[in-house]
Design a protein around this ligand. Sequence first.
Ligand code: CA2
Length: 147
Amino acid sequence: MNILVLHGPNLNLLGRREPDHYGSLTLDGINGLLQDAAQNEQVQISFYQSNAEGELVDAVHKAIDVFDGIIINPGAYTHTSIALRDALLAAGIPVVEVHLSNIYCREDFRQHSYISGVALGVISGFREQSYLLGLQALIAHAKQTSG
Ligand code: CA2
């Protein structure tokens, strides 16, 4: 199994500001946890972060026929990007949407996601554990659907 982790805008700043919302780990720290967890499960994992909507759309296109699952934290594009939603739908790859913070406990504008409707599910509010839970969810989904 080959999984792609996509991180959206500003997540490269993790560990520097807003620890109350996003925890204190850096993005490399989160990727390291995911790498270890994937290795334990004998799963291949790759990582990509961009601040640009079009680059994230391109990354989804390039994932077609390469990856079996996508874990995505779309950052603020969660609440704005029909383009990213359309790309994920077109790619047809199982997607889990993750958020570090609980978007449903925050401002009204964060409580709508364009991505959720094309995802298998959403994990929100568990800081870096959201990503690890997302990995477990994708692996469980792959096992269920492969036989
Ligand atoms: O909770 C999440 O994971 C979010 O996707 C994070 C986004 C936010 O726009 C979403 O509503 C929820 C923001 C990521 C910004 O990350 C920062 C990290 C450090 C310092 C400042 C921002």
